[in-house]
Write a protein that binds this ligand. Structure first.
Ligand SMILES: NC(=O)c1ccc[n+]([C@@H]2O[C@H](COP(=O)([O-])OP(=O)(O)OC[C@H]3O[C@@H](n4cnc5c(N)ncnc54)[C@H](O)[C@@H]3O)[C@@H](O)[C@H]2O)c1
Length: 255
């Protein structure tokens, strides 16, 4: 077996019950890390942790609520005596144009997709700043760059994640903290979120075909494609990389 890249590292991955979060947790554990996955889906989280084995723990967690972050960081202190990596993955897509969307749906999307990253970064920096060697990844999307009329809140939340990431990275760098903060912007990835989007439209098959056609590389992505980028970004070889956003999209943005 080749050398494990994250041996001894301690990570929190939100939204780890399924999809991209699960894929990242799985890869990190395969590379020697101990991982706390959190999710609002308790049954999914418990079953994911069972699949991921002894180096994984699950904690029920609503990422949009400030008071629910404290127990997650307390578990990291208790179980791991600290934290090296936070990956903010949990997110939702609510469809709707500016004319259709309710203010409640707008606020909910912002709270789950954007406020969560603010809360996670704030708490993680407190844990990491005196120890150094920290890495944070926030999951954005190509939707941060490419508007879709029916994704008004999602577009805005993901653009917010990217810019907030840069601001936090700048603060950490200028403060002399050894904490790098980056975002990943996936193209369309085969997950439950995608299934939900497909199920919300009349002709799901046609939408799926159009998603495939959007990616010049000839396929949509898989969680492992995003996990590979996450592994690179939290590792030693990325030590000069902070405040950047990484598009992983089979050339969708060039199409
Ligand atoms: N799938 C894609 O095509 C795609 C593309 C670009 C970006 N993304 C982003 O990647 C991230 C993961 O997406 P995915 O496709 O794996 O989604 P998914 O729906 O498969 O998984 C998301 C997970 O987040 C959890 N979650 C939702 N609300 C939560 C909350 N309030 N607190 C805690 N957990 C919560 C869900 O229970 C679920 O387990 C999201 O931020 C998404 O916006 C996905």
């Amino acid at each position: 077996m080749s050398e494990q890249k994250l041996l001894g590292k301690r990570a929190i991955v939100t939204g780890g019950a399924t999809g991209i979060g699960f894929g990242i947790a799985e890869r990190f554990i395969a590379e020697g890390a101990r991982v706390i996955i959190t999710d609002i889906d308790a049954a999914g989280g418990v079953s994911a942790a069972a699949k991921l084995g002894a180096n994984c723990q699950f904690m029920h967690h609503d990422v949009s609520l400030a008071e629910e972050w404290q127990p997650v960081f307390a578990l990291a202190e208790e179980a791991f005596s600290g934290l090296d990596i936070l990956v903010n993955v949990a997110g939702v897509t609510h469809m709707g144009t500016i004319e259709e969307m309710s203010v409640e749906t707008w606020d909910k999307t912002m709270a789950i997709n954007l406020r969560s990253c603010f809360l996670g970064c704030q708490g993680a920096i407190k844990l990491m700043k005196n120890r150094g060697g920290g890495a944070i990844i926030n999951m954005a999307s190509v939707s941060a760059f490419r508007p879709q009329a029916e994704l008004v809140a999602y577009n805005a939340s993901k653009a917010g994640v990217d810019m907030m990431t840069k601001s936090v990275a700048l603060h950490c760098a200028r403060s002399g903290y050894d904490i790098r903060v980056n975002s990943i912007n996936p193209g369309v990835i085969q997950t439950d979120m995608l299934k939900k989007v497909i199920s919300q439209v009349e002709d799901g098959e046609a939408l799926m075909d159009s998603y495939k056609a959007m990616h010049p590389i000839g396929r949509i992505g898989e969680p492992k494609d995003i996990a590979a980028m996450a592994l690179y970004l939290v590792g030693e070889e990325a030590s000069f990389i902070t405040g950047a956003s990484f598009t992983v999209d089979g050339a969708l943005m060039n199409n």
